[in-house]
Design a protein around this ligand. Structure first.
Ligand SMILES: NC(=O)c1ccc[n+]([C@@H]2O[C@H](COP(=O)([O-])OP(=O)(O)OC[C@H]3O[C@@H](n4cnc5c(N)ncnc54)[C@H](OP(=O)(O)O)[C@@H]3O)[C@@H](O)[C@H]2O)c1
Length: 304
C-alpha cells in the first residue's frame, strides 16, 4: 500500500483528494493536516466523508515516514516545506511549476512515471494547454478566454462573486508563465470568475498558420488523447453537462470561420482535472500504476 499524507486537508482540493484516496485500493491515507481544524475527525469536518482519521498538525517526522505527500496549501507555502521532505512530492501549488516535472499526464506521462517530484499544473493552464497542444506547430497566435467557478480561489473568497461576473488579471495572471513554458506559440490569456461553485471553460480563438481541414484537426486531437481523461466531442461542451465532479477534460466546438480562425472549447472541473484528480493521476504514474487507478468509477458525460 502507498502511505499518503495530505497537507492542507481542510481545503477544497484537500477534501476531494481525501474523498477519492480513501477509496483507492493501493492507498492508505495516514496523515491529513490542518491548522484550523486540528484535532477534529475528518467525518466532523466533512460529514459526507465516512472516516475516523483525525486532522493533525504538520510535522516532518511523521510525514517523512510516508511514501508520498500531496501539498494542497496556498501558493508560496510549498516552497518552504519542500526542502526538508524525504518522500515523493506532488505539489499542487504554483511554487514549482517552472522548475520541476510538469504533471500533465496526457503530455508528460513518460517523464512522470516513476519520478519523485511532480508540480501539478494550474487549472486554467490545464484547460488551455489541452485545448491547443496537439496542433501547436500549426498555430500562429491564440487568444485564451477563460471562465472559472469561484472555488478556483480556495475557501476564502477574494472577490464578490454573488450575482456577478468578474474579469481579473487581464494580461498578468501568474499562470501565463507556465503556459509560456509549455506552449511554443504566442498567446493572450484573460481569466473570469462567475457565480457557480466549480467548473472551468477555456474558449481558444486559434489563428492558424495555414489552411487545414477540420476533420484533420479533430483526428489529430483524437489520436493524441487516446486512452486519456481528455475526450474530443462533437458538440460544444458545457461544464455541468460534461465534466463537473469528474476527472475529465472535454474538448469540442471545432469551428473554422472565414478568416481561418479556429474556435475550440475545453471544459474541466477546476477542483478535479484542474487539481485533485490530476494529482492522483500523477501519483499513480509515480508509483507505476495505471494512471486511471482509483478514478475508473467516474464515467465520462458527453453533452448532447
Ligand atoms: N481551487 C482550485 O480550483 C485549485 C486548482 C488548482 C490548484 N489549486 C491550488 O491548490 C492549493 C489548494 O487550493 P484550495 O482551493 O484547496 O485552497 P483552500 O481551500 O484555501 O485550502 C488551503 C488549505 O491550506 C491550509 N493552509 C492555509 N495556510 C497554510 C499555511 N500557511 N501552511 C500550511 N497549510 C495552510 C488550509 O488549512 P488550515 O487553515 O486548516 O491549515 C487549507 O486546508 C492552492 O495552492 C491552489 O492554488 C487550486
Amino acid at each position: 500500500m502507498i502511505k499518503v499524507a495530505i497537507v492542507g486537508g481542510s481545503g477544497y482540493v484537500g477534501n476531494i483528494l481525501l474523498k477519492i484516496l480513501l477509496n483507492h485500493k493501493y492507498v492508505d491515507v495516514k496523515i491529513v493536516t490542518s491548522t484550523s481544524q486540528q484535532g477534529k475527525k475528518v467525518c466532523e469536518v466533512f460529514p459526507e466523508i465516512d472516516s475516523e482519521l483525525v486532522l493533525s498538525k504538520f510535522n516532518y517526522k511523521d510525514i517523512n515516514k510516508m511514501d508520498v505527500v500531496f501539498l494542497a496549501v496556498p501558493h508560496g507555502k510549498a516552497k518552504s516545506i519542500v526542502p526538508k521532505l524525504k518522500c515523493k512530492i506532488i505539489d499542487i501549488t504554483s511554487d514549482h511549476r517552472l522548475t520541476e516535472i510538469y504533471g500533465l499526464p496526457e503530455i508528460f506521462g513518460n517523464k512522470i512515471r516513476g519520478s519523485k517530484f511532480i508540480a501539478n499544473p494550474g487549472c486554467y493552464a490545464t484547460a488551455c494547454i489541452l485545448s491547443t497542444y496537439p496542433i501547436q506547430d500549426l498555430i500562429k497566435y491564440t487568444v485564451f478566454d477563460c471562465i472559472s467557478g469561484y472555488s478556483g480561489g480556495g475557501r476564502i473568497a477574494k472577490y464578490d462573486y454573488q450575482e456577478n461576473i468578474i474579469a481579473y488579471k487581464l494580461s498578468k495572471h501568474y499562470q501565463i508563465k507556465e503556459l509560456s513554458n509549455i506552449l511554443n506559440f504566442n498567446f493572450s490569456f484573460t481569466p473570469h470568475i462567475v457565480n457557480t461553485f466549480s467548473g472551468l471553460m477555456c474558449t481558444a480563438h486559434i489563428f492558424l498558420k495555414n489552411k487545414i481541414k477540420l476533420t484533420e484537426i479533430k483526428n489529430q486531437y483524437k489520436k493524441y488523447y487516446k486512452n486519456s481523461f481528455t475526450k474530443i466531442i462533437e458538440n460544444i461542451p458545457s461544464t455541468k453537462n460534461d465534466v463537473v465532479n469528474t476527472p475529465y477534460c472535454n474538448i469540442g466546438g471545432f469551428e473554422l470561420d472565414k478568416n481561418n480562425q479556429l474556435v475550440i472549447v475545453s471544459v474541466i472541473d477546476n477542483l478535479y482535472k484542474g487539481a485533485a484528480t490530476q494529482a492522483i493521476e500523477n501519483m499513480n504514474l509515480m508509483f507505476k500504476l495505471d494512471h486511471k487507478e482509483g478514478l475508473k468509477h467516474f464515467s465520462v458525460k458527453l453533452s448532447k
